[in-house]
Design a protein around this ligand. Structure first.
Ligand code: SAH
Ligand code: SF4
Length: 389
């Protein structure tokens, strides 16, 4: 038997081509796409406005399936985290963060990551593999309709949308898995799929300069850049990719990106590491870099208190230091937010848990590790919320 085509892997044009192969007109692809991405359907029999003959053909040749859920935790404040099985002992995480007027989904693009940033446990795992389109968009598909099911909200365009924002800030470097990431982005933006605003979909990158240019041409969305350091010597040690694309090149790439971006600023992420990159002098150097350098960049800063993990050898800057650092940036006129790690009953912090569980062990062992991890760091470990200061 031939392998079934996972329809979650197909972008709008590919779905039209696929329907063409089945002898169907393009408008059928549009209908099918709405069933999949607006109604969350996985069962062809439920697609009542498709001819029975087409449904039968689809049943024979296609499937609609997202990665299987290994675990699903909801915190008392509504943050929900899924651990998803992407095969061969690899797991990735997807986190939903509800806020007053929006719901943000943080999704992964790779199992592991080759960039190997000093402070990131995903990087410490090494690179396992790129996620497929179906595995990337499948996170949004699964989460949106699972959230609706939980709340009793009907699927389809009439039901209240749960996910209004997507950030590619889970595991992996999205721009090193470029094509599948862009295809998934296009589905997120497509009116016959999720219809999200470009301004509400954010790609976060450690600074893969040529791919930033490519993204600006193929699918410009909001951009976050993980800068983490105010000079090259420091950044070389924290984000090894800096040796290839140093800060001056990165700043120039940000400038170029903004010519095509849906927003008029770049968000710089900055992981606050005690005694490493968090002094007043570092803040001043950053201001010089982004405001007075040869390539000033309209930007906002998002300071991320470091989420520790075993053997990192690094510590989180204390709150007073983070606030003082933010103040220096703000006094220079840069909008600065601090991402606050809030006490929680689940563990949903950046670049931590998945790194711990994402290995080649079996599900049972992974779950055991997860429990140990939660015990070790307690419930004050996890939820991430952005709070303006
Ligand atoms: N690879 C991309 C996107 C995923 S990481 C990138 O690096 O931008 C998303 C964000 O989480 C990045 O800014 C990253 O630097 C940050 N991060 C990773 N590990 C972290 C940790 N242990 N504590 C705090 N932030 C971390
Ligand atoms: Fe990869 Fe981002 Fe982690 Fe760096 S911070 S290792 S780029 S996932």
């Amino acid at each position: 038997m031939t392998e079934l085509t996972n329809l979650l892997d197909l972008d709008p044009a590919q779905l039209i081509a696929y329907c063409g192969e089945l002898g169907e007109k393009p408008f059928r692809a549009k209908q099918l796409q709405r069933w999949i991405h607006q109604f969350g359907a996985s069962d062809f029999d439920s697609m009542t406005d498709l001819a029975k003959s087409l449904r039968d053909k689809l049943k024979l040749h296609a499937r609609i399936s997202a990665p299987a859920v290994i675990s699903d935790h909801t915190s008392s404040d509504g943050t929900r985290k899924w651990l998803l099985d992407v095969g061969q002992g690899n797991a990735v995480e997807t986190v939903f963060i509800p806020e007053e007027n929006r719901g943000t989904l943080c999704i992964s693009t790779q199992a592991g990551c080759a960039v190997n940033c000093r402070f990131c446990s995903t990087g410490k795992q090494g690179f396992n593999r790129n996620l497929t389109v179906g595995e990337i968009i499948g996170q949004l598909w699964m989460a949106e309709f699972e959230l609706r099911r939980t709340k009793g909200i009907e699927p389809g365009p009439k039901g209240e949308r749960q996910i209004t924002n997507v950030v590619m800030m889970g595991m992996g470097e999205p721009l090193l898995n470029f094509e599948p990431t862009v295809t998934a982005l296009k589905l997120m933006l497509d009116d016959n799929a999720y219809g999200l605003s470009r301004r509400r979909v954010t790609v976060s990158t450690s600074g893969v300069v040529p791919m930033m240019d490519k993204l600006s041409q193929e699918c410009p969305v909001a951009l976050a850049v993980s800068v983490h350091a105010s000079n090259d010597a420091l950044r070389d040690g924290l984000v090894p990719l800096n040796k290839k694309y140093p800060l001056a090149e990165l700043m120039a790439a940000c400038r170029r990106y903004l010519e095509f971006a849906p927003r008029d600023f770049v968000t710089f992420e900055y992981c606050m590491l005690d005694g490493v990159n968090d002094t007043d002098a570092h803040a001043q150097e950053l201001i010089n870099l982004v405001m007075h350098g040869p390539e000033p960049v309209p930007c906002k800063f998002n300071l991320i208190p470091f989420n520790p993990f075993p053997e990192s050898g690094l510590k989180r800057s204390n709150n007073g230091r983070i606030k003082a650092f933010a103040q220096i940036l703000m006094d220079a006129g840069i909008v600065t937010t601090i991402r606050k790690t809030r006490g929680d009953d689940i563990d949903a912090a950046c670049g931590q848990l998945a790194g711990e569980v994402q290995d080649r062990t079996r599900v049972q062992e992974r779950m055991q590790k997860m429990a140990e991890y939660q015990q070790k760091f307690g419930k004050n470990f996890g939820r991430i919320v952005e709070v303006p200061r």
